[in-house]
Write a protein that binds this ligand. Sequence first.
Ligand code: ADE
Length: 222
Amino acid sequence: MRIDIITVLPQLIESPFQHSILKRAIEKGLVEVNLINLRDYSANKQKSVDDYAFGGGAGMVMSIEPIANCINFLKSQRSYDEIIYTSPDGKPFNQKMANHLSTFNNIIILCGHYKGVDERVREHFITKEISIGDYVLSGGELAAAVICDSIIRIIPGAISDETSALTDSFQDNLLAPPVYTRPADYNGWKVPDILLSGHEKNIEEWRHEQSLERTKKRRPDL
Ligand code: ADE
């Protein structure tokens, strides 16, 4: 899989790809992530990528020209399954969308900034708009990082214990059960006996019950 992230702040999202699961997935060649500086596609001397809004009002708008130059160049190199724009008014992101995106070969993520992007970019280039929640971030970079993390970690081979990603919360619309590690007794706070029993089938059943209970209590909407 190849993910091209178009951003005015490439340094802001370098770090998530340099650690842990994402780093290893890149090293193993499971995914290639390219951080593309939008300013490199600006035709003017100042390398500007935004301008005042027609009709007035506070805040700058991301211009269509550098974005069009960048996306057209990328599209001339390969075909893309999806061109995503991160924005608070996009479709709310969830595990099902992450699962679907993780099956693609090539995607572009355009990180929104300022007051947003010239509407013509959304009309003519963007194929999917994603919000990571009902709150406003300073820019789309952190949203892009969240989206990438959730899709890369479920690419087969990204997590060494393959079954681990499948037992995550939300994978079956259930929250994950509680987990414990040593010591089995911490100042009298004990780990449930069943987990120490070694009886795999009973443990599996207990975990499933706990998942159901937790989901009912915390996220009945699921
Ligand atoms: N950009 C700013 N806020 C955002 C959000 N909640 N989701 C995605 N992109 C954003």
